[in-house]
Each structure stands twice: as structure tokens, then as C-alpha cells.
Design a protein around this ligand. Structure first.
Ligand SMILES: O=P(O)(O)OC[C@H]1O[C@H](O[C@H]2O[C@H](CO)[C@@H](O)[C@H](O)[C@H]2O)[C@H](O)[C@@H](O)[C@@H]1O
Length: 362
């Protein structure tokens, strides 16, 4: 079998989406110093496992004045709950949830990011009342193995692999329609994959990245089907540059791939114009809610890749994003929550308020 390295077909598309994302794609060796430093700077910025300590030794969060000032711009969705409910009054709420850092706490070992039984029950209950989807950077199968609920839709690989409901999808571009029927996760549903042709290339890159980073202690390369994650959470900081270098050495062989940054992870993915925001639009259409005015989509997520979804909802004044963060960050979200336990409280209250509204309208 031939290699997919340097395959430049579809380059026109690639350039367009690279322009949009403004992600650095030049090999580090050829990069001006400030650009290489930019990569490292981004890696350093990606979130710590726990909130950093403040000068007085306390951790960041609601007791920290800087965090409290930040919540003036991004109010807590729990404190602003009545306002959110008022916004959704008489509307159908569609719920979109990220997985890591939103439904499960961030942990050192990606395979151990299990969801608590309590959270699972809360998400199940939400899905019984509201159309609900999980949109994750992980592969769809992997995120389903963690969540184990058949009551909702799943989008894996940053929205590039969707197991959605059987429904209308008139607004989906024709060239992106490799849909098939699937009964694996308990019921009849449709699968949509934004870039199935990338599968062999991603497998190749996954193997190359494993070889290339083999000597770096603590690095973990994860195959997420349509993207590859290079984790450096357990790598000593002085070797992060090496992780960046190895990843970039591979990336430069594949002009049809690009890089994004996550929480202590570099993500190699197809350079196509598809992301979590597009997945939200796709799912709303699939659920028959795309053109309804009486729908309020709510997206909850913690990562940079969730910003695409926050932006779609904010730009269209269509719905609202809630950023999960215990440290101040710029975001396209409108509200914030500190951590997965606050996400759980918010979901419980949301379902209760919808139940109350339904019984008042009986
Ligand atoms: O879109 P998400 O569901 O948030 O997935 C994004 C990435 O999440 C996982 O990595 C992150 O969580 C790990 C477990 O807590 C943590 O160890 C890692 O440092 C984080 O980056 C997942 O392993 C990646 O594949 C996802 O792309």
C-alpha cells in the first residue's frame, strides 16, 4: 500500500480552512523563532490538571478576586440560572455536551477518564427530557464506551463522525453525505462522516507519531479515528519542545492535515472546514430543529475546540455556550461553570425546570 504522505489532493480546501483557523503549520525547523515560541507558548497555556495556586496559596476559583471579576463577563450559569430559563421559556432546549473536562474530570491518563455513575444518571435523565448529543475529540466508539447511554446522539473525532437520529438533513451539503444505517449502539440511527477518505492517512500518521515520539518519556499517542492526539501531560516541561518538533516533523509530510491545541494535547486532524460548530448545526438539522425559532441550543464544553460551537451559537444569536473552567479564559461562551460537578448541578436544575414548566402547561 502506498503512503499518504505529501498527498496534496484537495489542497484548495485545505488552504481555505487553514486560513480560517490560523493554526501554525510550518515545520518548527523552518519557523521563525517567534512562531516556534508561539507553539510552545500555546502548549504552556493549555490547562493545568488543577487550578493554579494564587499568591496567597489558595487555588483559583470563586474565592479568587480575579476569577470573580472574570465571572462578571462570563456569569456562572448556576447564578444566572433564572435568566437562562427565562430565555428558554416555551422553547425546546437542545443540549450539546463535550466529554473530557465537562462530564468527566481531567485526569493524567486518558484511558482513566471515566464518568461517575451519578453523572451518567443525570445525563440519561437530561436526554429523556431534551434532545441531547455528546460531541467529543475522542473517537465515537471510545466516548460511547465511557458514557454507555443509548438515549443520545454521539459525535466523535471533533464532530467528524456522527451517530445521529434518523431525521431530516436537507441542509447537509451533498458531497458530505456518506450516511449509513447503524444498529450497533442499541437503536436504528444514521452515521455521518465528514471526511471518511482520511481514515488510512490518519492510521499512517498514528503509527508514525508513535515511532517518532517513542523515546520521549510520558508521551502518549491516541488514535481517535479521524484525528490523532499527542498527549504531553505526563512529559517533563523541558521536553515539550521535542514533542512539538516530532509532531511537526510528521505533520509537514501531510499537507492535508493540520494541528490544533487542546488541554496538554496536540491534535492532528484533517484540514477540512468541519468542526464541533458544524457538528452542532448538522445535529440540529438532523433532529429537525435546524430552522425552528422556538429552539434554544445550549452547548457546554471546556476546551479550545468547543469554541467553534460557542461561536456558531453566539454569532447566530441562536443559542448559548457555557464554558467549563476554573481559571479565567477568553471565550465565545456567554456563561461559565467551574467544573464537572457544577455541570451536573446545572443539568439537574435544567431538567427540573423543564419538568415544572411541562406540569404548569398541562
Ligand atoms: O472534546 P473532548 O471530549 O473534551 O476531548 C478532547 C480530548 O480529551 C481527552 O484528553 C483530555 O482529557 C484527558 C483525560 O482527562 C487528559 O489526560 C488529557 O490531558 C486531555 O487533553 C482525550 O484523551 C483526547 O483524545 C481528546 O481529544
Amino acid at each position: 500500500m502506498g503512503s499518504y504522505a505529501n498527498d496534496r489532493s484537495c489542497q484548495h480546501d485545505d488552504r481555505r480552512s487553514l486560513e480560517k483557523t490560523k493554526e501554525p503549520v510550518l515545520p518548527l525547523k523552518l519557523m521563525p523563532l517567534h512562531a516556534a515560541n508561539g507553539w510552545l507558548h500555546d502548549m504552556r497555556l493549555s490547562s493545568p490538571t488543577t487550578a493554579p495556586l494564587m499568591n496567597n496559596g489558595s487555588s483559583s476559583g470563586s474565592s479568587d478576586p480575579i476569577y470573580r471579576a472574570w465571572t462578571k463577563k462570563y456569569p456562572s450559569a448556576l447564578n444566572a440560572f433564572d435568566q437562562i430559563v427565562a430565555h428558554g421559556k416555551g422553547k425546546k432546549i437542545a443540549l450539546f455536551l463535550d466529554y473530557d473536562g465537562t462530564l468527566s474530570p481531567i485526569v493524567d491518563e486518558p484511558d482513566n477518564a471515566v464518568m461517575s455513575d451519578q453523572m451518567r444518571e443525570v445525563v440519561r435523565n437530561a436526554a429523556l427530557h431534551l434532545p441531547t448529543a455528546i460531541i467529543s475529540g475522542r473517537s465515537r466508539d471510545k466516548v460511547f464506551d465511557f458514557v454507555k447511554l443509548t438515549e443520545l446522539c454521539y459525535a466523535g473525532s471533533h464532530g467528524m463522525d456522527i451517530l445521529g437520529p434518523v431525521g431530516e438533513r436537507d441542509s447537509v451539503p451533498e458531497h458530505r453525505s456518506p450516511i449509513s444505517s447503524n444498529k450497533k449502539q442499541g437503536k436504528e440511527a444514521k452515521i455521518f462522516q465528514a471526511a471518511p477518505e482520511f481514515l488510512p492517512m490518519i492510521d499512517e500518521v498514528f503509527r508514525l507519531l508513535i515511532d517518532k515520539t517513542d523515546a520521549i518519556d510520558g508521551v502518549k499517542v491516541e488514535n481517535n479515528k479521524f484525528c490523532v492526539s499527542v498527549h504531553y501531560r505526563n512529559v517533563v516541561e523541558k521536553e515539550w519542545q521535542l514533542v512539538a518538533q516530532c509532531t511537526n516533523d510528521v505533520l509537514k509530510l501531510y499537507p492535508r492535515l493540520r494541528l490544533t491545541h487542546g488541554r496538554k494535547v496536540l491534535e492532528v486532524r484533517p484540514a477540512i472546514d468541519w468542526n464541533k460548530g458544524k457538528a452542532v448545526e448538522f445535529l440540529l438539522d438532523s433532529l429537525g430543529l435546524g430552522s425552528c425559532r422556538n429552539v434554544l441550543p445550549i452547548y457546554i464544553g471546556d476546551d479550545r475546540t468547543d469554541e467553534d460551537a460557542f461561536k456558531v451559537l453566539r454569532d447566530d444569536k441562536r443559542g448559548l455556550g457555557i464554558l467549563v473552567s476554573s481559571v479565567p479564559k477568553e471565550s465565545h461562551a456567554l456563561y461559565s461553570l467551574m467544573d464537572p460537578s457544577e455541570v451536573m448541578d446545572f443539568l439537574k436544575r435544567l431538567v427540573m425546570s423543564k419538568e415544572e414548566e411541562a406540569s404548569r402547561n398541562k
